[in-house]
Ligand binder design. Structure first.
Ligand code: SAH
Length: 249
C-alpha cells in the first residue's frame, strides 16, 4: 500500500494550527509532502517515513512558529541545514513573499530541494550547497539576512556561531529545539554573546503527539567579530563554552 498525504490531512493540520491557509498554500503543502514521501524511497531525507508522521512531527513543528511570531512577509531568510526542507520549504509555501535561501552541505539533499521547489512552482527561492562555516564567511551571505531558521542541525552553542554571522544587525535566529533545549540555552550563553546576539525570547509548545518543543529567538544587536564562524568543523567540535560574564548587581 502506498502511503500518501490527502487534502483532508492538510486541512486538519491547518485547522489544528488555526493558520487559515489559502487554497494554493494547502495544495503546495500536499504536493510537497507527497514529493518528500517519493524522495524518501530513494534517499534518506528525514528520519520519519510515514505520511501522518511527516505531518504531525515535521510539518506541524515547522509551521508552529507562525502562531508565535510575526515574520516580516517580505523578509530575507536562510534555512540552515534544510535537509528534506524543514522548516524552510513549508514556511516559504505559507509566506510566499519571503525571499528564501535553503542551505545544506549535502549535495543530494540540495538537489532534492531544487527539484521539489521547481515542481511546486515557487519563486524567490534559492539554494546553497555548502557548509554554514563557509557561507558565513562569504561576503555575498554574511550579515545579509533578516532571519535564519534552523531545525535539528546542532546544539544551540554551535548554531549561535553558525547563524549569527549570517544575520543583519537587528535580525533574528529562530532555533527549533527538542526537549533538551532548555539546558542547551544555558550552555550557549557565551557563544551567543560572543557572536553579537542575545536570547530575546523562548517559547515552549507541544507537538500533536505531546512531545515538548522549544523555540529560541536570538536577536543580533551588534556585528559578529570577524573570527566567527571558525573553520569548517571547529564550531561543532569545540563549541564556544562558558556562561556569559554576569552583570554586576
Ligand atoms: N532541518 C531538517 C534537516 C535536519 S538534518 C529537518 O528538520 O528535518 C541536518 C541537516 O543539516 C543535514 O541535511 C546536514 O547535511 C545539514 N548540516 C549539518 N551541519 C551543517 C553545516 N555545518 N552546514 C550546512 N549544513 C549542515
Amino acid at each position: 500500500m502506498s502511503d500518501t498525504v490527502t487534502a483532508e490531512m492538510i486541512n486538519q493540520l491547518d485547522s489544528n494550527l488555526e493558520l487559515n491557509l489559502d487554497r494554493r498554500a494547502k495544495e503546495r503543502l500536499l504536493l510537497y509532502i507527497n514529493l518528500l514521501l517519493q524522495g524518501l524511497r530513494k534517499q534518506r531525507l528525514t528520519g520519519e517515513r510515514s505520511a501522518q508522521g511527516l505531518i504531525d512531527k515535521h510539518l506541524y513543528d515547522s509551521l508552529y512558529p507562525l502562531k508565535l511570531i510575526n515574520l516580516k512577509q517580505d523578509g530575507k531568510i536562510l534555512d540552515l541545514g534544510s535537509g528534506g526542507g524543514f522548516p524552510g520549504l513549508p514556511l516559504k509555501i505559507c509566506l510566499p513573499r519571503l525571499e528564501m535561501y535553503l542551505a545544506d552541505a549535502n549535495r543530494r539533499k540540495t538537489m532534492f530541494l531544487q527539484n521539489t521547489s521547481g515542481q511546486l512552482s515557487l519563486d524567490k527561492i534559492y539554494f546553497i550547497n555548502d557548509r554554514a562555516e563557509n557561507i558565513g564567511r562569504d561576503p555575498e551571505h554574511r550579515e545579509q539576512y533578516d532571519y535564519v531558521t534552523c531545525r535539528a542541525v546542532a546544539e544551540t552553542a554551535v548554531l549561535a556561531e553558525l547563524s549569527l554571522p549570517l544575520l543583519k544587525t537587528g535580525g533574528q535566529a529562530i532555533l527549533y529545539k527538542g526537549p533538551r533545549g532548555e539546558a542547551e540555552a544555558a550552555a550557549a550563553e557565551k557563544a551567543i554573546k560572543s557572536c553579537g546576539g542575545y536570547l530575546e525570547k523562548t517559547y515552549d509548545y507541544k507537538l500533536a503527539g505531546g512531545e515538548k518543543r522549544f523555540l529560541f529567538i536570538i536577536k543580533k544587536f551588534e556585528s559578529t567579530p570577524s573570527q566567527y564562524p571558525r573553520a569548517v568543523g571547529k564550531p561543532g567540535k569545540k563549541p564556544i563554552r562558558g556562561a556569559a560574564i554576569p552583570e554586576e548587581n
